[in-house]
Design a protein. Structure first.
Length: 447
């Protein structure tokens, strides 16, 4: 059974507790999310879910492979704009057989639109007093809500291939009401490189989050959200504070190749202070992270395919604290040939767009100088030990100097590509050139 909610004030702060204060507009085909409580999802629900999907509604429920957990369900509901309770004959029988409390949904968020559907053959009744409404199914009190938020109860046929006109009209009315009420939806936040060269890595993280956690993944300047703040710094702080969880990628870049980024350290500190679940990762090679987070688990990825797979593993392992089930994702299975409106981002690894830093880190100025001088020395020594030295005569020294100048200009431009082609061996090239230059110079002096 899904949807059991109880008041629980224990545990760390939850993003849903104060997300209502956040004026955030996420730009996507999803108009709103609603929480579904009812019988186990299957093909019989496909027509109903397809109707909601076509309206741009993301339908979510509790994690389907775990026992019901009230705090987790409350967290999921906190990121939704409405509730759907569907009672079927079989579902009601299972509830009574298991001895579960018949209160399916009872939450403080009673002002949210609440759609109630009851399968034909079950009796139901609504008792209203002031703005309070008590819904009874088959002579059992099922839940309490507000009169203004209640849509239904309405009788429906579970096994029908199409929704009847009355059910469709009620669902459309419910959807319209859900979309009218501003609710800050659940989202994840990514800390990491925002440069274009890291776009493929961000795509991998976003796809993993949307598929496994069922929520959008945002970062500071992704253009998929609008928020009313006075500065980028405040925007980032608010997004970190209200995120369901945070993914922090500490990959180094050419703008700061030797040191950790202080902005990321600050943002990770905010995440820890607000008790956000935190995933840490970085592009290989392995290294020690910030001292203050040295006790946290961190994984290193080799390419974006590996990043996507490792992030997926982490998200699945953390499903109890951050997960939810998105029923729209199952419509392709239940309705072959149907293309859902609400669907996760699909990730396809493109080797041409992979991020290679620090394997492609340009050589330092000292390395460039040593390599250029070595190339000039090798050229000069080689000329002196062959007939070329006799032919050029005194001109051999300007030619050697020109070789050094050309190397000083060309190497900075080609060093990144050189590292990309040679891989880890590239770090040995400066030393190899210096040794070669000394060896050639020794041969030239001997002769």
């Amino acid at each position: 059974m899904t949807g059991l909610v109880a008041n629980d004030t224990n545990g760390p702060p939850n993003a849903a507790d104060d997300r209502e204060q956040l004026e955030l507009d996420i730009i996507s085909p999803v108009r709103a999310s609603v929480f579904f409580s009812g019988p186990p999802p299957g093909p019989s629900l496909a027509p109903f879910l397809r109707h909601l999907d076509q309206a741009g509604i993301r339908v979510v429920s509790d994690v389907d492979d775990m026992d019901g957990d009230p705090p987790r369900v409350r967290r999921i509901i906190g990121g939704c704009g409405g509730l759907i309770t569907m009672i079927s004959l079989e579902h009601l029988h299972d509830i009574r057989e298991s001895g579960t409390d018949p209160v399916i949904v009872e939450t403080d968020n009673t002002d949210r639109p609440h759609l109630v559907l009851v399968e034909k053959g079950l009796s139901f009744d609504t008792n209203c007093h002031d703005n309070k409404a008590t819904v009874s199914i088959d002579k059992s009190t099922f839940f309490h809500t507000t009169r203004t938020s209640l849509h239904g109860p309405h009788e429906f046929e579970l096994e029908s291939s199409e929704l009847d006109a009355g059910t469709r009209a009620l669902v459309d009315s419910f959807v319209a009401r859900v979309c009218e009420i501003p609710v800050a939806e659940a989202f994840a936040f990514m800390i990491g490189r925002l440069e274009r060269d890291f776009a493929h890595a961000r795509e991998a993280i976003r796809a993993a989050v949307e598929l496994e956690a069922g929520i959008p993944c945002l970062w500071s300047d992704d253009g998929r959200h609008r928020i009313k703040t006075k500065s980028v710094r405040l925007t980032t702080q608010l997004l970190l504070q209200h995120a369901e969880f945070v993914i922090a990628d500490l990959t180094l870049g050419p703008e700061n190749p030797e040191n950790e980024n202080p902005s990321r350290a600050h943002e990770i500190g905010i995440s820890v202070a607000h008790h956000r679940p935190l995933m840490l990762c970085s592009r290989e090679p392995r290294r020690y992270p910030y001292f203050s987070i040295g006790d946290l688990q961190m994984f290193f990825w080799s390419d974006e395919r590996d990043l996507y797979e490792r992030a997926t593993e982490w998200l699945r392992a953390e499903r109890a604290s951050i997960g939810r089930t998105v029923l729209n994702n199952r419509l392709r299975e239940w309705l072959p040939g149907y293309h859902p409106v609400v669907k996760p981002v699909e990730f396809a690894f493109d080797a041409k767009r992979r991020y290679l830093w620090p394997l492609t880190r340009p050589y330092s100025d000292l390395e460039i100088l040593a390599m250029s001088a070595s190339i000039g020395g090798i050229a000069l020594s080689a000329a002196l030990t062959t007939d070329l030295g006799d032919r050029l005569g005194p001109a051999i020294y300007p030619v050697a100097g020109l070789t050094v100048a050309v190397a000083l200009v060309a190497l900075p431009r080609w060093s990144s590509r050189l590292r990309a082609s040679l891989g880890q061996i590239a770090s040995l090239v400066p030393v190899a050139l210096v040794i070669s230059a000394l060896a050639f110079a020794t041969l030239a002096l001997i002769e």
